[in-house]
Design a protein around this ligand. Sequence first.
Ligand SMILES: CN1c2c(nc(N)[nH]c2=O)NC[C@@H]1CNc1ccc(C(=O)N[C@@H](CCC(=O)N[C@@H](CCC(=O)N[C@@H](CCC(=O)O)C(=O)O)C(=O)O)C(=O)O)cc1
Ligand code: HCS
Ligand code: ZN
Length: 769
Amino acid sequence: MSSLIPVATLGTPRIGLKRELKFALESYWSGKSDQLTLLQTAKDLRAVNWARQKARGVDIIPSNDFSFYDQVLDTSLMVGAIPAIYGEAADLDTYFAMARGAQKGHVETCEHGHVHATGQGVLAQEMTKWFDTNYHYMVPEFNEDQTFKLTSLKAVEEFLEAKALGYHTRPVLVGPVTYLKLGKGVANPLLLIDRLIPVYVEVLKKLSDAGADWVQIDEPVLVLDGDSETTAALQKAYAVFAKEVPQISILLASYFGGLGDNLDTAVNLPVAGLHVDLVRAPEQLEIVLAKAPKDLLLSLGVIDGRNIWRANLPAVLERLKGIDGRGNLQIAPSCSLLHVPIDLNLETALDADVKSWLAFSLQKMDELSVLSKALSGADVAAELTASADAASARAASPKVHDAAVKARLSAVTPDQAQRKNAFAIRADLQRQAFNLPAFPTTTIGSFPQTSEVRKARSDHAKGAIDDAHYDAFLKTETERAIRWQEEIGLDVLVHGEFERNDMVQYFGEQLSGFAFTKHAWVQSYGSRCVRPPVLFGDVSRPKPMTVAWWQYAQSLTDKPVKGMLTGPVTILNWSFVRDDQPRAESCRQIALAIRDEVSDLENAGTKMIQIDEAALREGLPLRRADWQVYLDWAVEAFRLCSTGVSNDTQIHTHMCYSEFNDIMDAVAEMDADVISIETSRSKMELLDVFKSKKYPNEIGPGVYDIHSPRVPEVSEMTELMSLARQRLDDVQLWINPDCGLKTRKWEEVKPALVNMVAAAKSLREAVKV
Ligand SMILES: CN1c2c(nc(N)[nH]c2=O)NC[C@@H]1CNc1ccc(C(=O)N[C@@H](CCC(=O)N[C@@H](CCC(=O)N[C@@H](CCC(=O)O)C(=O)O)C(=O)O)C(=O)O)cc1
Ligand SMILES: N[C@@H](CCS)C(=O)O
Ligand SMILES: [Zn+2]
C-alpha cells in the first residue's frame, strides 16, 4: 500500500449553510446590527467551515478564503490600493464603501439607537465577472503614481484564528500578477509589479512569522492566453518571493482551464507546488507530469469545482493512472468550491434519481477522500461501485432523454434563425407603430424584490398562503408598479417581475429537463446569491411561462409593456449544466423552448419582447482560439429564439456588463432591435466600440448604476447622455438604468427614476426633438 495522497481544498463557500453571512451583512448595512455582531458571525462561519473540512477528511485546509464581500477587494485593502475618494482608513466601512458606494451625508439610526454613517457620498468601485463565472469581483483601481503598502493583515489574522482553533491552514492569496491584470486606471497595470512585490513579501514574511509554512497563491491568469509581459511579471514576482521568503513554500494555483502556452513558465517558476485543473483540461496531466520537476509538488484538481455532478470515481482513477510512482502529490477540486453550493443533504425535496447524480462542496470533499484512499490501495470498493453505478444510471435514465426534443432540434432550418427583413425596414415600421418620443425611457424589467414580496413567495411555498392569495398579492404589486410608472412618465413599461425568484431559476422551474433546489445557494456578489437550476435532461416547455403576467400588466395601461424573458445563453450559463452533451446542444434546446414563449407572447399581442442575455459575455471561453465557436452557437441560439416574430414586433435584449470589445460583432449579429447595456460606471466609454463598429440598431446605455444605493442626480444622467450622444445618433438612443432594480429599495428607485425621466425631458428640450 502506498502512502496516502493528501486531500486539499483551494477555497470553500463562505456565505454559510443558511446564508448567515448574507443576513449578517445586510443587517449591518441597514443599521439593524452592529459591527461586533457581524464580526462574530463571520468568525463563527469560519470556525464551522474549518471543522467541516477536517471532519470530511480534508488534510490541507485553506484560510483567508473567507471574505466579507470579495477576495479581490480584500487584496486591494491588503496592498493599500484604496483610491483617495474613499479616505485613508483601511477599515470595514471603507471596504464596504468601495464595494457598494455610499450616499452623501447618509446616516441611519437603527432600532438600537446607534448612528450608522454609510460613507462620504462616493461611487462604488466597478464590479465585473471573475473569469468565466457568475461570481463578481471588485475591479482594482490604480493611478500612474500608484504606490502600495501593507494596510490589512486579514490573511495573517485568519491564519492565527484558525491556528488558535487547532487548524494548521494553508492561507490563500490572490496572486500579484492576476491582481494587477484585473485592475484598471493605468495603461498597463503590470508595470506596477515592482511596486507591488514588496507588499506581498511583507505579507509572506508575516505569515511565516505566524507559523505558516505553505501559502496558496492563486494565479488564474495562467489559463489565459500567454503573453511575454505576463510571463515576465510572473517570473519576477516568484523569483523575489523565493529569494526573500524561502521559508514559505508557495503552491501556485491555476484553475478554470489548462496551462496551455503557459505550461513551461508555470512548471519552471521557483515555487514549491503547482495546482492544475484536470477537469477543464484533463489532457494536460500527461505533459504536466512529464515537464514538472520531480520536487515540484503537484496538486491535481480532479473533482469539478464548477459543477455539481457526482464524479465517476473509477473513471477518475483510470485517468490518474499516469501518476503511478510519482510522489509529491495532492488531490483537490479543480478550483475553489466557492462556485458550488455547500451541502446536497439539505435538498430533501429533490427528485431522488437526480439527487443521486449530484455532489455539492461537502460531497466533493468526500469524493476526494475516497479517491485518496483508493490511490493508497485501501479498500473503498463499495464507494467506487456506488459512484460508477450512479454514473451509469444517469447515462441511461429516461429522465435525461426525450426523443421529441432531439427530433425537433435536428429539424431546425437556417431560416428559423432569420428575421423577415433587415433592421432598417423593421425600425421604420416599429417607429410608426409605437410613436415614442426621442430618447424613450424604460427600465430593464425588475422592480424591488422587497421583503414583503419575498415573504409572500416563501409563505406560498410553505403553504401558508394559497395560490389565490399569492396571485392576488402579485397582481396588486404589479398594478402598483404600472400605475407608478405611468405617473412618473416612463414611456415603455415593465410588469416588474414580482412573480420571479430569479431571472433564471424562474424559467428553470417551468421548463422540463431542469431540477431546482431549495438551499443550493452560490454567491454571485457581496451578499447576493443565486440558486442555479440543474439542467439534467432534454429541455422543453410544457406550457406558457410568462404570458398571463404580461397580459395582466398590459390590460392595466395603454402604454406598451415589454414581455420579459431570459435568453437561452443566459439560462445555460447561469445553470449547472449537463456534462454529457456539448453546451451548444443544451443551449439550442433551451432556445427552442424560449422561441415557443416568444411566439405565445406575440400571439397574445405583445409588441415589445425583451430577451435578456446578461450572461452571454461571461460564457466567452478564456482562450481566444475558442471564442468564435462559442459566439457562433450563442448567437444562433439567440436568433433561434427571437427571430420568429413579425417585423413590427420589437425585440429587445439586455446585457449588464462592460466588456463589449471582444463580442461586438456577435452582438450586432444577434440583431435585436434594441439593446440595453451597463455603462454608467464606465462613463459611457464602452460605447466607443458601438461607435467604431457603426452598430446600427437602437441602444439604451445605462445611466443609473443600480449596484449602488446612491440616487443619481438629473445632471449626472444628462452628462452621461451627452457622452452617449458624442458616440451615437440621437435616433438610436434610449434612456434606462444599467440593469434591473430588484436589488434596490423603492426609496432609492423612485427618486432615481423620477430623475431619469427628468433627464430625458431636459435632453429632449435641449436638442429640440
Ligand atoms: C442580474 N444578475 C443575476 C445573475 N445571476 C442570476 N442567476 N440572476 C441574476 O439576476 N448574475 C449577474 C447579475 C447580478 N447577480 C445577482 C445575483 C443575485 C441577486 C439577488 O438578488 N439574489 C437574491 C436571491 C434571489 C432569490 O432567489 N430570491 C428568492 C428567495 C428569497 C429568499 O431569500 N427567501 C427567504 C425567505 C424570505 C422571507 O420569508 O422573507 C428564504 O428562502 O429563506 C425569492 O425571491 O423567492 C439574494 O437575496 O441574494 C441579484 C443579482
Ligand atoms: N430583466 C432582468 C434583467 C437582469 S440582468 C431584471 O430586470 O432584473
Ligand atoms: Zn442586467
